[in-house]
Ligand binder design. Structure first.
Ligand code: CP
Length: 321
């Protein structure tokens, strides 16, 4: 595998899940595969889980790891071609990318949406420059419109905890004080649409996700109705994706606390498991009671980030020339 940005890069999901469970049983099974190979992790944005789990995954495979926080200690990077660089940005991404690539074999990139220009975000302007100019395999550690390592870990978690062959999985919008990207809900939808689940998305009007990710999923605007009989509730906030009104792209249209996942919401489900990618704002997205309940999977879900990253890096190592 040369690139990992969406569900299709992984091929057959059943094989990928089988590989994940094989690695979960013995995470050091391929500990020599990455000998003398270096994984460079580049962060344009903050991270706790991705930073730690991806380093751990690379080390499970015997790789060396270099971590660069672009905004802490590196030169400030210009990303637009053609600008006169007379401001505070000392280096252009077009030089920085091949230089960084010369020190490693595989590159992971975290670069969130900027919410300045929908097209720039939805064409993955930063991530695609790494793919185009590095000459190295590149994987997303959450880009402007997708977070595939998270969605793969979510699928592994659902597979581990499901009590029926085809569970009902509900992705629900929930309130948040600030504008957040659509990367997590987009990727979650991308993956659930390929998985063997009954998938429903619920959100207030105006928060419609991009049709490229929604595909054939059912969209239900009545959150309580969507929750009825659900086996898994996946909560996440996202800012307006600008699908129905492009001018609203990146705006916070609602902070309606009626959408906070609480015990009353969970009561209409089929004793559903609660999921969230973390970090989570308690008592905005979900109440203390729900996130602390035995049915909350937020910790095992985060732990599975090591497994999803190990599978992805293993496949990338196997694909090196
Ligand atoms: N879920 C997730 O990607 O967490 P971090 O932002 O802490 O990496």
């Amino acid at each position: 595998m040369r690139y990992f940005t969406n569900v299709h890069d992984l091929g057959d999901l059943k094989s990928a899940l089988a590989e994940a469970f094989e690695i979960k049983k013995d995470r050091y099974k391929y500990e020599t595969l990455g000998k003398h190979k270096t994984c460079l992790l580049i962060f344009f944005n903050n991270s706790l889980r991705t930073r730690l789990s991806t380093q751990k995954a690379a080390r499970n495979l015997g790789m060396d790891v270099i971590v660069l926080d672009v905004n802490q200690g590196a030169w400030k990077l210009e990303t637009e071609r053609g600008v006169i660089m007379d401001g505070d940005k000392s280096e252009h991404l077009l030089e920085a990318i091949p230089v960084m690539a010369s020190y490693c074999d595989i590159i992971g990139v975290r670069s969130f949406a900027h919410f300045e220009n929908r097209e720039d975000d939805y064409t993955e302007k930063i991530l695609n420059q790494f793919i185009k100019y590095s000459g190295k395999p590149v994987f997303s550690m959450e880009a402007a419109t997708g977070h595939p390592l998270q969605a793969f870990a979510d699928l592994i978690t659902i597979e581990e905890y499901k009590k029926k062959d085809r569970p009902k999985v509900v992705l629900t919008w929930a309130p948040h004080p600030r504008a957040l990207p659509q990367a997590v809900p987009n990727s979650f939808a991308d993956w659930m649409n390929e998985a063997d689940v009954d998938f429903v998305i619920t959100h207030p009007e105006g928060y419609e996700l991009d049709p490229k990710f929604v595909r054939g999923a059912k969209v239900e605007y009545n959150q309580m109705k969507a929750f009825e009989g659900a086996d898994f509730i996946y909560a996440k906030n996202w800012a307006c994706p600008g699908v129905t009104r492009p001018a609203d792209y990146g705006k916070v249209l609602s902070k309606d606390m009626n959408w906070t996942v609480d015990a009353a919401h969970m009561a209409v489900t089929n004793d559903a498991f609660f999921m969230h990618c973390l970090p989570v704002r308690r008592n905005m997205i979900v109440t203390d009671e729900v996130i602390e309940a035995p049915t909350s999977l937020v910790i095992p879900e985060a732990a599975n980030r090591e497994i999803s990253a190990t599978v992805v890096l293993k496949r990338m190592l196997e694909g090196l020339e």
